[in-house]
Design a protein around this ligand. Structure first.
Ligand code: GAR
Length: 208
């Protein structure tokens, strides 16, 4: 069974969708720890409700970014974590964690990368006037939302969409593709070749 470590900064609805997918048997994995940088994160209560060990680890308690991310990497490694899941973790991950988990950190981003990286992907899409946006699950590398793309889902953007209405549409898709990506990883169906991710198995599994 795959051991996950989850990093989240806020509401934690993606975290919840992963918990639910594990509880229903859709994903065969266990969550060893929730790490958050935000003591106010609703994700903490979600972890408590599911008896998941929670650690509040804040950058301000460390000398620099490297020591912060080394500490997190050591903790995750020590707990036997095999895949790190960024479920609304609102920081750019530092090198020590990326190197410790090469192609084993997944992030969900609320836009069709490489469009609209960084913060407020949904607002960027509305402001730009694109007609289609969506979400992306990708492996994390040292850039900002630049790592190999695993799965994407698209949603239409209508003239009367706002940041909020688009965010709602995108979030529904996030809650499908993030568990799916983790499930495929847990089944050994994801291979990384350069910057391409090859998903083995039936194409139908990926029709969203
Ligand atoms: C989600 O929309 C996620 O895609 C986004 O933050 C939200 C977290 O919601 N992540 C990013 O923008 C990362 N750059 P949640 O806490 O309810 O899962």
């Amino acid at each position: 069974m795959l051991t996950l470590g989850v990093l989240a900064s806020g509401r934690g609805s993606n975290f919840q969708s992963i918990i639910d997918s594990i509880n229903s048997g859709y994903i065969k994995a266990n969550i060893s720890a929730l790490i958050t940088d935000n003591p106010e994160a609703s994700a903490i209560q979600r972890a408590k409700n599911n008896n998941i060990d929670t650690f509040i680890i804040r950058p301000k308690d460390f000398q620099n970014r490297d020591s912060y991310y080394s500490n997190i990497a050591d903790m995750l490694t020590g707990r036997g974590v095999e895949l790190v899941v960024l479920a609304g973790f609102m920081r750019v991950v530092g090198r020590p964690l990326i190197q410790a988990f090469k192609n084993r950190i997944m992030n969900i981003h609320p836009a069709l990368l490489p469009s609209f990286p960084g913060l407020h992907g949904q607002k960027q899409a509305v402001d730009y006037g694109v007609k289609i946006s969506g979400c992306t699950v990708h492996f994390v590398d040292e850039g900002v939302d630049t790592g190999p793309v695993i799965i994407q889902a698209a949603v239409p953007v209508h003239d009367d969409d706002t940041e909020e209405s688009l965010s709602d549409k995108i979030l529904k898709e996030e809650h499908k593709i993030f568990p799916l990506a983790i499930k495929l990883f847990s089944e050994g169906k994801i291979a990384v070749e350069g910057r391409k991710v090859i998903v083995k198995g039936r194409r139908e599994e990926l029709s969203l």
